[in-house]
Design a protein. Structure first.
Length: 66
């Protein structure tokens, strides 16, 4: 599975299908970005205001990253 590296403003959260991202967040005290994995699924029959939303995260410092 390949993931696209994108800035938050470039995420496609609306069009139908599955997309796998690395969301690049700038960090002001290190060189480079924090990369956060994100998968978006949007069903073929999506309607505004109706559907399922699922969120996941880590606790503390478990996701170390590069």
């Amino acid at each position: 599975m390949s993931r696209m590296i994108v800035r938050p403003e470039r995420l496609d959260l609306d069009s139908p299908g599955r997309r796998d991202y690395w969301v690049a967040l700038e960090h002001d005290s290190i060189w480079g970005d924090h990369l956060i994995p994100l998968t978006v699924w949007v069903g073929a029959h999506v309607r505004p205001g109706q559907g399922l939303v699922a969120f996941g995260s880590n606790h503390g410092n478990e996701y170390e990253g590069p």
